[in-house]
Design a protein around this ligand. Sequence first.
Ligand SMILES: CC(C)(COP(=O)(O)OP(=O)(O)OC[C@H]1O[C@@H](n2cnc3c(N)ncnc32)[C@H](O)[C@@H]1OP(=O)(O)O)[C@@H](O)C(=O)NCCC(=O)NCCS
Length: 166
Amino acid sequence: MSSRSELVIESLNRNHNRTAFNCGIESLDRYLKHQANQDMKRRVSRVFVVRSRQDETRVLGYYTLSTLSIDLSVLPENLAKKLPKHPIPAALIGRLAVDVSAQGKGIGKVLLSNAIKRTLAISSDIGIYAIVVDAINEQAESFYMQYGFAHLASEGKRLFLSLKSF
Ligand SMILES: CC(C)(COP(=O)(O)OP(=O)(O)OC[C@H]1O[C@@H](n2cnc3c(N)ncnc32)[C@H](O)[C@@H]1OP(=O)(O)O)[C@@H](O)C(=O)NCCC(=O)NCCS
């Protein structure tokens, strides 16, 4: 496996071989194969792919980024009481996945850290209170929770991380 300095993260483009991607969760594979391109074109989501510097086509992993509003009522009370009484702007990592051949080598962490850095950079121009993630299952939840993500009340497997912590 390539070292982290040899990884490239870039917007999904036509060089990427989307059909070969397999993260072990069919809905996340299907999204990359059939939906991601359309979402990019319609500007409803941005899709970022990680690949090795040597191979422009093989997708090692991807994540999606878009925006959403969080209702104050789903935030913990100690945070909600300090915020204005209207929906709070956030960035959404809707999906994040690593190909099975590359899992357990730090790529998920690299992708998450890239999504956070990208969001922090955007947040100097547009108000963003937190990053929200939709964890697909309990394993994904524990993956995110180790980085400080916490549950949003009554939102299933939706977790958030306040940007204030950076
Ligand atoms: C979950 C997933 C994104 C993790 O990516 P990865 O590249 O295998 O993870 P990394 O190697 O970067 O691991 C980073 C850290 O997370 C931990 N970790 C990895 N997978 C984990 C899991 N399923 N549950 C809890 N912790 C996990 C690792 O032990 C590592 O911890 P360390 O830094 O203390 O050693 C990846 O396994 C995957 O794509 N799974 C299928 C799709 C999925 O579940 N997506 C989740 C979001 S919807």
